[in-house]
Design a protein around this ligand. Structure first.
Ligand code: CUA
Length: 167
């Protein structure tokens, strides 16, 4: 079979690009620990409170023990519901001690939202009907922005809050 020289180069370019992409993907998945959130658990988006974790009083940060925390979140356009504080105000900032293991459990009551804590490995898609969950160890101190990275409507850019990891 005769291949034109340029056609050969084009094939080499295409196959090399494919191999490079697979290496990048493999590096992210196996070395950097990036992986899709669990999608095993389903939930009725019109009645998320049927799951105890997403009842109003269980939202936000809960301490399990010295170094284990759970953060339950109900996302909706254009807000992350992290529960209320003692004064009844909506929580918009959570504080986690350095090195703690945190289980994030997130659901949406309307459209698809993102759940990305910029600068960490936490980056989930939150789809109606599913509980997106991910456990991570917060090892870097600082204030991180938790934001929505799936376009969800006119208020998309206002959908963010902050997560602080302290020493
Ligand atoms: Cu929620 Cu974009």
């Amino acid at each position: 079979m005769h291949l034109h020289k340029l056609e050969k180069w084009w094939l080499i370019l295409g196959v090399s690009a494919l191999i490079i992409f697979l290496i990048v993907l493999g590096f992210g998945a196996f070395y950097m620990g990036t992986h899709p959130q669990s999608h095993g658990l389903t939930i009725d988006p019109n009645n998320v409170e049927a799951n105890e974790a997403f009842q109003q009083e269980n939202l936000g940060l809960t301490k399990v023990d010295e170094d284990h925390y759970i953060v339950n979140v109900v996302a909706s356009a254009f807000n992350y519901d992290l529960g209320v504080d003692e004064d009844g105000n909506s929580v918009s900032h959570i504080k986690i001690p350095k090195g703690a293991s945190v289980l994030f459990q997130v659901v949406t009551t309307d459209v698809i939202h993102g759940f990305n804590i910029a600068g960490t490995n936490v980056n989930m898609m939150v789809e109606p009907g599913y509980v997106s969950s991910m456990e991570v160890q917060m090892n870097n101190v600082g204030e991180f922005t938790l934001l929505c990275n799936e376009y969800c409507g006119v208020g998309h850019h206002m959908m963010f809050t902050t997560v602080e990891v302290y020493e």
